[in-house]
Design a protein around this ligand. Structure first.
Ligand code: KIV
Length: 273
């Protein structure tokens, strides 16, 4: 089994992400929301795990990320942090917990750090939250920014389409990325933007860029684990590569179990006390 098992474990830090960018080593990230999945993903040797607010979709079945609460994110983040020994663990601040005021953002961020054991937080948005991010970084919280398709703004965008295809939005995105870099972000997620724009941002900022649907020039890549493992059904955007078809395997296993129960071939004598 490849990964960190049987080797010395050195925890990945926010500074390590920046060092990897400088050294040209690509950064691998996936999401996770629970202990069991995070144990497997971390054991395989991933660099970073995001407890994304996509938990709202993947775990709770909501149509978007807006409904998930601070308490729910803390529950997921704590479960993941408990499992992880090597990867950098980052948690999304959910919608409404950092946009209202800087003071409320700081109070919520401090609560997330104290109650979860994660290593860093992620916030969506550009210049409008750069001050808040600078404050979080100043008090010792490493922050990842998130630009392009920011799912918490889905109602403003009117959908989940590719962002910044037009010059004005692309120029704004570059200015936002520079502002986040200056504010002290150690990384910026770029979601669903043209590959050449992501390449330009990656050149312009000193922090690492982590792409999802942003081409290959970013310093790293992230996918939602349930999508790349083929657990999510009916979701196959162009940027998604599926590395397994676990929904099919689970269906087959459950059907085999049902057959065995109905035929009374499970449990066997060996499986009984
Ligand atoms: O919530 C999430 O999973 C994310 C990734 C898609 C980057 O923000």
């Amino acid at each position: 089994m490849a990964g960190y098992l049987n080797t010395d474990i050195k925890k990945v830090t926010a500074n390590k992400f920046v060092a990897m960018k400088r050294q040209g080593e690509k950064i691998s990230m996936l999401t996770a929301y629970d202990f069991t999945t995070a144990t497997i993903i971390d054991g395989a040797g991933i660099d970073g795990i995001l407890v994304g607010d996509s938990a709202s979709n993947v775990m709770a079945g909501n149509a978007d990320t807006l409904p998930i609460t601070l308490d729910e994110m803390i529950y997921h983040a704590r479960s993941v942090a408990r499992a992880v020994r090597r990867a950098l663990v980052v948690c999304d601040m959910p919608f409404g917990t950092y946009q209202v005021s800087k003071d409320l953002a700081v109070a919520n961020a401090v609560r997330m750090m104290k109650e979860t054991g994660v290593d860093a937080l992620k916030l969506e948005g550009g210049k409008e939250i750069a001050d808040t991010i600078k404050h979080l970084v100043d008090i010792g919280i490493p922050v990842i920014g998130h630009l392009g398709l920011t799912p918490q703004s889905v109602h403003k965008f009117g959908g989940y389409g590719v962002r910044a295809k037009e010059t004005a939005e692309a120029e704004k995105l570059i200015a936002d990325a520079v502002a986040l870099d200056k504010a002290g972000c150690f990384a910026i997620t770029l979601e669903k933007v043209p590959a050449d724009l992501a390449a330009e941002v990656t050149k312009r900022v000193s922090c690492a860029t982590i792409g999802i649907g942003a081409g290959h020039a970013t310093d790293g890549q992230i996918l939602v684990y349930a999508d790349m493992l083929g657990l999510t059904q009916g979701f196959k955007p162009k940027f998604l590569r599926q590395y397994a078809h676990l929904a099919q395997q689970m269906n087959d296993a459950v059907q085999a179990y049902i057959t065995d129960v109905k035929a009374a071939t499970f449990p066997s004598v060996d499986e009984s006390y």
